[in-house]
Design a protein around this ligand. Structure first.
Ligand SMILES: [Zn+2]
Length: 258
């Protein structure tokens, strides 16, 4: 079977690809521009997955252990390109993805609306929680964290009529308390972005980001679970992530003093 031939990671593991938005280089937001991909680039990646690579399955199927190494496509942040670009391209390819959104931002300029997300949900896309307002979920009090998780889950479920099973941690910031409370609040698992493959039934679902600079060869190596591709990714991002996190904490501290 094509999947078995392609997947070189451990048995029971699967790749979860993380996208942030689709736009041509000139139209990307200044902050986080590197996380955006061009429409033709995404289409080439998805066609490759479908026609030559391991295939694509849903996060729910893969997490349940029924993915057999097929790739999972996810989008964070609920930007308007989710509906305008990603959704039609996925439909053209006959593929499904999970979209993690912040209810506090839904319908704002630059973000998908509830009508968009409901339409996507009715047509095979999964809508899930990225927290209430994209705040770092390792920071609030326990009561505050529970409130954010519960509110985001309920609001999405009220609009789509589907159970929200997964949470994606904003900025990938994740700790044991978030894992525990997310479980207690009814989430099956929390998605992060630690450049590892995911495992069926795991409380954490690591993901690997697709950047504008990611070549089809690099993409194929990640989708095939090649250990070296993941290792190189972690080595490259480790220092950047540490520096970015330190800067974020410093800004939070400065904002607190202001
Ligand atoms: Zn995000």
């Amino acid at each position: 079977m094509a999947v078995r031939r392609w997947w070189t990671g451990p048995v029971g593991a699967y790749p979860v690809l993380l996208y942030h938005g689709i736009a041509e280089a000139a139209a990307r937001p200044a902050e986080g521009a590197k996380f955006w991909v061009a429409a033709a680039q995404a289409a080439a990646q998805w066609c490759w997955l479908r026609d030559q690579g391991p295939g694509v399955t849903t996060l729910a199927e893969a997490w349940a252990g029924r993915g057999e190494g097929r790739a999972v496509i996810t989008f964070d942040d609920g930007g308007s390109s989710d509906y305008e670009a990603a959704y039609p391209a996925l439909q053209t390819c006959g593929l499904s993805a999970t979209f993690f959104v912040n209810p506090a931002r839904v319908g704002q300029v630059g973000f998908a609306s509830w009508a968009h997300l409901t339409s996507m949900s009715r047509n095979g896309m999964a809508i899930a929680s990225h927290g209430w307002d994209h705040g770092d979920l390792t920071q609030p009090s326990e009561a505050g964290l529970r409130e954010q998780l519960r509110r985001s889950k309920q609001e999405i479920e009220q609009h789509t009529g589907e159970r929200v099973r997964f949470l994606a941690a904003p900025y990938g910031y994740y700790d044991r308390r978030l894992a525990r409370i997310a479980g207690e609040e009814g989430f099956d698992a929390v998605c992060t972005s630690t450049n590892r493959w995911a495992r069926a039934g795991g409380a954490e679902v690591p993901r690997v980001a697709v950047y504008g600079r990611t070549t089809l060869g690099q993409f194929a190596a990640l989708a095939a679970g090649q250990a070296g591709a993941y290792w190189r990714r972690r080595a490259r991002t480790w220092a950047l992530a540490r520096a970015g996190h330190a800067l974020y904490r410093w800004r939070q501290a400065e904002a607190g003093r202001a």
